[in-house]
Design a protein around this ligand. Structure first.
Ligand SMILES: [Cu+2]
Length: 283
């Protein structure tokens, strides 16, 4: 049994090292090389998802270790050589009741936080801002109905146009911009085939279905760039319709909105901003 405890110690150390390394490599808002875990969380929902994922991992690891230990005991102590005359026991009531009830208790313990998480994901709180995300082959359109019905077309930036520091296959020409610490209600639809609006750091993924409206929400608690990708196979350029969400302060958001309403004021943000403003009253 000394060997087992030593093996267990090695496994625990390896797991701790790996999780430490993956935590060091995990980046906020985008994937990173050699990443093992989930992307860093930027919303309360994603923090809950990460917590639930980690708890499940421990439960799964415990069950697997227990089954492995039982197998090893049987292999070593009850093989034909070590145990030449096997017992003819066929039933053990206590054991049978236990192996029925214990899994039920484990499943119930998993079900409670699981359903709670599902509920908070689906129950949209009172929104501060609504953005409609429409998936098309192969780009996204963001519409801000509360802000002059502003329309933004967001397509991937080609490799040759990337600026230093911009991630390949994730950078777009026009980001979806939202204010920090505000409940953003996202309504999602598609124009041609089914796409999926996904931002891992926000813990959101919802299908964009033509002719239907889906909804989700997020409340980003950190300023920064957050990337996602269309997560439903939607055609040949499925991998080339990233989602880039820029979370900014209230003041920056107001300034951005003003810049969109008055295209002449856009100069400071550079030539990348080619925004189509629909329904904005002309001054
Ligand atoms: Cu798509």
């Amino acid at each position: 049994m000394k060997v087992f405890s030593r093996l267990a110690a090695i496994a625990v150390t390896a797991a701790a090292l790996l999780s430490g390394v993956s935590a060091a490599l995990a980046a906020m808002g985008q994937p990173s090389p050699w990443q093992l875990g989930l992307q860093d969380s930027a919303t309360p929902i994603m923090s809950d998802i990460v917590w639930f994922h980690d708890v499940l991992l421990w439960i799964i690891a415990g069950i697997s270790a227990f089954v492995l230990a039982l197998l090893l005991i049987i292999i070593l102590r009850f093989n034909a050589r070590a145990n030449p005359t096997p017992t003819r026991t066929t039933h053990n009531t206590v054991l049978e009741v236990l192996w029925t009830i214990v899994p039920v208790i484990i499943l119930a313990c998993i079900a409670v936080p699981s359903f709670r998480l599902l509920f908070v994901q689906l129950d949209v709180p009172k929104p501060d801002l609504t953005v409609k995300a429409t998936g098309s082959q192969w780009y996204w359109t963001y519409n801000y109905p509360d802000n002059g019905n502003l329309n933004i077309t967001s397509a991937m930036t080609a490799d040759k146009d990337l600026k230093p520091g911009e991630p390949r296959l994730l950078t777009v020409d026009n980001d979806m911009v939202v204010p920090v610490n505000k409940v953003v209600h996202v309504i999602v639809t598609g124009t041609d085939v089914i796409h999926s609006f996904t931002v891992p750091s926000f813990g959101i993924r919802i299908d964009a279905i033509p002719g239907r409206i889906n909804e989700t929400w997020f409340k980003a608690t950190t300023v920064g760039m957050f990337y996602g990708q269309c997560s439903e196979l939607c055609g040949k350029d499925h991998s080339f319709m990233p989602i880039a969400v820029k979370v900014v302060s209230d003041a920056d958001f107001a300034a951005w909105l003003a810049a969109q309403a008055h295209p002449s004021a856009e100069k400071e943000s550079g030539p990348r901003t080619t925004v189509v403003a629909a329904g904005v009253p002309s001054h």
